[in-house]
Design a protein around this ligand. Structure first.
Ligand SMILES: [Zn+2]
Length: 565
């Protein structure tokens, strides 16, 4: 009845209603959503993380509301709440405008900073508020963020910044520009001190903030559909007359282009942040929970020795074979996938992220094949592009920063060969991985689960140990390619497979790999539990030994491993 009454009122207003892309939390009891135009009850919006209950559009959350949504009640300690106003350029009318904005918003500046707990995890947080000069970066914003980061470095705490900004503060000119360098420099020191920075991009994050702290997160999260870009759409249109397509510069676009790790809905933000923070706390005496026994010798079974190599090739390529994600799901807990190479794209042929193994945080990366045609198009049949290798390296470097072991699952017919891959430097990307991973100061284990095709496989197998599933293969090129190069006849692939020494047993005997994982029946969803148990025992032994070694010892072990080949 009441609702109907309002409906009538709103119908009358419909002609006057104008849609806008700039949402603000509606005031009063009933308002019309400025995204979908439907009437919404304000209390519903407040109770629903400031999301429209009708269209799921996100209203901009005020800084203190964001803190309420994120920080455990009663734990927030605000820093630098009052900072004296300065007008560095003596800009006419600036002080008056600042005072009016302070009066209107009850904020002192465009960012709120301090320390608090997120589901019990300590963190320093900074939250931008768009109501204050579009949260542009004046010197107080720069100062408060820099101070918060410096104090986090000193107190060995992670930093979370909720970014939202129109860019530079025009009234502060060049002084505003300098805040980009100042905040970035403080984050560099925080990073060098081995501390975590999570950047959360909200609508809109543009201009100088995008070109400084917002894009420097070890992990970059974004709210759905947020506008994120250096030059805003209006600037691009006015400068060079380019019309931008629908969805351009939105979070989803950035995810696809490799600049965002993960899009997180507002209602899941707190638990996601807490989970990431928890996985970045170094566990006390991690090795103590691991058993260094019971893994067996890792030698191949008799059955493996009797199987024809060409049969193994077929098994390694079987569409029913578990993929990297199946192994990740079976072996680890709390897997959180991260996306993107931070340069060009997110490659579906490589998956990676963080997880825990017996409570120990690890980085897991896999070459991912699809299980059907649709998935295979997304996964490019497990053939990584340069951006896939760059994503893998980025995640490994991240693991090194936070002292996490790296476990890689290798399963590729080879690196993608095509024009685009060449244009973006496929050779360079593979070479860079061999170069950088060789010296990584954390344990690296690679397991060939299906096809280990050439350089494309090696780029994720510069490890302290390399294991193979009993029915996996690992080779310099495919038997078909081998036969066609050597004998000008790709039909002689079965013969080639028998002389190439590409099975797990062959490679174990050649001391190219350390362990063969038994497959009593060829690996499939049916025997995944048994297989995972065997890998788990080996992994415990591997980690128990490696977690007691220094970074230098781990790098030296890897160096010697390849040096003797
Ligand atoms: Zn709506």
């Amino acid at each position: 009845m009441l609702k109907n009454m309002f409906k009538k009122t709103y119908t009358l207003l419909d002609t006057k209603y104008k849609k806008t892309d700039e949402p603000s939390v509606p005031q009063g009891l009933w308002r019309r959503c400025n995204k979908c135009g439907q009437p919404i009850y304000v209390d519903d919006v407040k109770a629903n993380y400031y999301i429209c209950p009708k269209c799921h559009g996100y209203f901009r959350a005020h800084a203190y509301r964001r803190i309420e949504m994120t920080i455990d009640e009663g734990t927030f300690e605000e820093w630098n709440k009052e900072m004296p106003f300065e007008n560095p350029l003596k800009f006419p009318g600036y002080e008056k405008k600042v005072n009016a904005t302070k009066e209107k918003t009850k904020l002192n500046e465009a960012v709120v900073t301090g320390k608090g707990k997120i589901l019990g995890n300590d963190a320093v947080v900074a939250v931008c508020d768009a109501r204050f000069f579009m949260s542009s970066m004046g010197h107080i914003v720069g100062e408060k963020i820099t101070y918060a980061v410096e104090r986090a470095t000193a107190e060995k705490l992670p930093v979370i910044i909720f970014a939202c900004s129109g860019g530079a503060r025009m009234q502060e000119g060049i002084v505003s520009l300098m805040q980009m360098a100042k905040t970035s420099a403080a984050l560099k020191r925080h990073h060098e001190a081995g501390q975590l920075f999570i950047s959360v991009l909200t609508d809109p994050t543009t201009g100088g903030v995008t070109a400084s702290f917002a894009m420097l997160g070890d992990i970059i999260l974004a709210e759905p559909n947020a506008l994120i870009g250096f030059a805003g759409p209006r600037v691009i249109e006015q400068t060079i007359g380019q019309k931008l397509p629908e969805g351009f510069q939105r979070s989803e676009f950035l995810l696809e282009h490799g600049f965002v790790d993960k899009i997180v809905e507002r209602e899941h933000m707190k638990e996601t942040l807490a989970s990431i923070l928890a996985m970045h706390r170094k566990p006390e005496n991690a090795a103590a929970v691991l058993s260094a026994e019971g893994a067996g010798t890792g030698a191949p079974s008799k059955r493996a020795a009797q199987r024809d190599a060409w049969d193994t090739v077929q098994l390694s390529r079987n569409a029913d074979r578990p993929t990297a994600m199946d192994y990740i799901d079976a072996l680890f807990d709390n897997f959180m996938e991260f996306h993107g190479d931070r340069y060009f794209k997110d490659d579906g042929a490589v998956v990676g992220g963080i997880a825990t193994f017996k409570g120990i945080p690890v980085t897991v990366i896999g070459q991912q094949k699809g299980k059907n045609t649709k998935e295979n198009l997304k996964r490019n049949f497990g053939m990584p592009s340069p951006e896939g290798y760059r994503k893998a390296l980025r995640l490994m470097k991240q693991a090194e920063t936070f002292g996490r072991p790296v476990i890689c699952f290798v399963d590729t017919p080879g690196a993608f060969c095509g024009m685009e891959a060449e244009e973006r430097g496929q050779g360079e990307a593979i070479a860079r991985n061999l170069f950088e991973i060789s010296d990584l100061k954390v344990p690296v284990l690679s397991i060939v689960i299906g096809e280990g095709g050439s350089g494309g496989a090696l780029a994720m197998a510069v490890a302290n140990e390399v294991w193979m599933m009993e029915n996996a293969i690992y080779s310099v090129l495919s038997p078909e390619g081998f036969a066609s190069i050597l004998w000008k006849d790709s039909k002689k692939a079965p013969e080639a497979s028998r002389v190439m020494k590409i099975t797990a047993k062959d490679l174990y005997d050649l001391k190219i790999i350390e362990r063969v994982i038994v497959e009593d029946e060829p690996a499939s969803a049916n025997n995944m539990t048994v297989i995972a148990d065997e890998i788990r025992r080996g992994l415990e032994e591997f980690l128990a030994k490696r977690l007691s070694m220094t970074g230098e010892e781990l790098a030296a072990e890897r160096y010697e491993r390849f040096r003797r080949m």
